[in-house]
Design a protein around this ligand. Structure first.
Ligand code: ATP
Ligand code: MG
Length: 593
């Protein structure tokens, strides 16, 4: 099997890994045949031994963009497949015609690739569409009808709901439950052929209306819905229910471990019942897949409901699915997250049998740990104020520019040096100057000396103001013979070092300063409207200045702006002549409680 990602060195134990390890050792799935593509029992029987010891799948519904919760599921499934030398299929669960769109299909493919995973193995592209299985699903339904295990129910939706009972009351049999096989078959074919109105009847399994598990009280298999489907067009006017379709999709694809989130736990008996009947009937390959549930990932300060994320987009609270504040993978990529950091986060949060809340600091920590070693350093000024060196021309000659340099990365000398010049005027941060310093303030104030990082020591002499009293420039003198890296540079001791960019060679840049989208750790807790928890200051746009080494950087490049944090050139809006940087995150944990 070919996998683009090498296994990570240390792997936290999780119950799914332990379970798969045991089943592989016991050879539970060792006898399976694989027909080279998804198919029924006969198709697989005609093939050879399955080259994949395990098959898993990631089955998104293409009705929205992937988010960080999906990344968890993607890394779990693809990671387990990789670790056991198996395959993970990417399957579009596109059996619901109403909400699915090609735009979402394309975005999902792109983001699973971005995360670094591949569904190719042994020259086969394991990308599948559940809607390609509609014919088999229909045939399986006729088979169940033929065995007296399914019937067409013509009760109204309300009656059906009422007769289902609840946790304390058993259900009541439908008056249509005991129709003959012939009558059910004829009716079901009429449903398929468009002879009945939408919603007028459904096909149901015939199991047990008194089952303590409500999912076994004659679950619906097919409904009538005249809707155009993105793949099958207008061919069908009946569509399978999710809980009927999903187990069949797994079985046709020879999936061994069907991993889903905990809310499907009560569906497992139905999953097993259905596949057992279809295996008995010789329609599906044995052994049937098994469903295993793990806890959903919830991240503080984040919402991961597709419906709510869509509302943020539709109501223009954010600027699209890939807005850098969104927890979508498209948004996180644009924000500057690395796939390595997302995978590390998914790995570190393991898999458990309960839904978990993970502190955003864990994701942010994984991100900073990854960026620290990778991001080239640069100086940038976010809130620029000119600093005028009043003795410069006298010392060095008018307009002299002193060349300075700094390592591109302190731990990676092989990345070389960056160059910039120090001249008579430089940009500094407005808050690096105080006319009257607070206690412990060691930066610029009249009479104090600081080092311009990688440059020289300067002594502040005062400032200039406009008519309104607003400071328009800071004044200082250069202390001779203090250039960084020259002998005697340290003879003058200073308590503060500040970053700066030359006025003559600095490059104006737009800086998008992003902060958390929500100011509450659980924005939609207790059914609250998440709109009320929005952080009004989640985005501010400022005009800053960056050092000249960034003059021609391409989009999607990450940097550490010294003292400020990590920034990335925006994938969409950045152009070398008009740079746009997004703040990824700060240098320190800004999420700790
Ligand atoms: P939503 O309810 O927001 O629409 P979903 O779970 O219905 O999300 P799918 O496209 O059906 O979205 O999900 C594909 C897979 O991703 C499923 O197996 C689902 O269980 C998993 N998944 C989705 N959200 C999370 C999460 N927060 N944590 C772990 N797995 C998740
Ligand atoms: Mg779903």
């Amino acid at each position: 099997m070919s996998h683009p990602l090498p296994p990570d060195a240390a792997k936290p134990a999780n119950f799914l890994r332990t379970l798969i390890e045991r089943e592989v050792t016991e050879g539970v799935y060792a006898q399976r045949q694989w027909g080279g593509s998804p198919g029924d029992a006969a198709h697989h029987a005609a093939g050879g031994a399955d080259p994949a010891p395990v098959r898993l799948r990631f089955p998104p519904e293409p009705n929205g963009y992937l988010h960080i919760g999906h990344a968890k599921s993607i890394c779990l499934n693809f990671g387990l497949a990789r670790d056991f030398g198996g395959v993970c299929h990417l399957r579009f669960d596109d059996t619901n015609p109403e909400k699915e769109e090609q735009e979402y299909v394309d975005a999902i493919v792109e983001m699973v690739h971005w995360l670094g995973w591949s569904w190719q193995a042994n020259g086969t592209d394991h990308l599948y569409y559940a809607s390609n299985y509609f014919d088999f699903m229909y045939r399986a339904a006729e088979y169940l009808v033929g065995r007296g295990l399914a019937y067409v129910d013509e009760q109204s939706a309300e009656a059906m709901r009422a007769n289902r009972g609840d946790f304390t009351t058993p259900g009541t049999n439908s008056p249509w439950r005991d129709r003959s096989v012939e009558e059910n078959l004829a009716r079901f074919r009429e449903m398929r052929d468009g002879a009945h109105a939408d919603g007028s009847m459904v096909l149901r399994a015939k199991i047990d209306m008194a089952s303590p598990n409500i999912n076994l009280r004659d679950p619906a298999l097919y409904r009538i819905k005249r809707a155009h489907h993105h793949n099958t067009g207008d061919r069908w006017c009946i569509y399978p229910m999710y809980a009927y379709a999903h187990p069949i999709e797994d079985a046709l694809e020879n999936i061994t471990h069907s991993i889903c989130t905990l809310e499907f736990e009560d569906q497992r008996p139905w999953y097993d019942w259905l596949l057992a009947r279809l295996v008995e009937g010789g329609l599906l390959n044995a052994p049937a897949p098994k469903q295993h549930e793990f806890g959903r990932l919830n991240l503080t300060y984040v919402i991961t409901s597709k419906r709510k994320l869509k509302a943020l987009v539709d109501e223009q609270i954010v600027e699209g699915w890939d807005d850098p504040r969104m927890p979508t993978l498209a948004g996180m990529r644009r924000r500057g997250y690395t796939p390595e950091a997302v995978r590390k986060f998914a790995e570190d949060t393991g898999a458990s049998k309960t839904n978990i809340w993970v502190d955003y600091a864990v994701l942010d920590g994984a991100l900073r740990a990854d960026l620290e070693g990778k991001a080239a350093r640069a100086m940038a000024v976010i809130d620029p104020l000119p600093l005028k060196l009043t003795n410069w021309d006298a010392l060095y000659g008018a307009g002299h520019i002193e060349p300075c340099s700094a390592p591109a990365h302190p731990q990676h000398p092989e990345l070389g040096q960056r160059s910039f010049g120090l001249g008579p005027a430089v940009w500094i941060e407005r808050d690096d100057f105080a006319e009257v310093p607070a206690k412990g303030f060691f930066r610029l104030f009249p009479g104090n000396k600081v080092r311009l990082k990688y440059g020289m020591v300067v002594e502040c002499t005062g400032c200039e103001k406009d008519a309104d009293g607003r400071i328009t420039a800071v004044l200082a003198t250069v202390v001779p013979d203090t250039k960084s890296g020259t002998p005697g540079a340290d003879a003058v001791k200073v308590k503060g070092t500040i970053t700066w960019v030359g006025v003559h060679d600095g490059i104006a840049a737009t800086l998008n300063l992003y902060d958390r989208l929500f100011s509450e750790p659980q924005p939609d807790a207790g059914g609250r409207d998440f709109r009320e928890a929005l952080n009004p200051a989640s985005k501010s746009v400022v005009q800053g200045v960056v050092e000249p080494s960034l003059a021609a950087v391409p989009a999607d490049q990450r940097f550490q702006f010294e003292r400020h944090g990590y920034f990335v050139t925006d994938r969409k809006d950045h152009a070398p002549g008009a740079p746009v940087f997004n703040r990824i995150t700060g240098l320190k944990d800004g999420w700790a409680k």
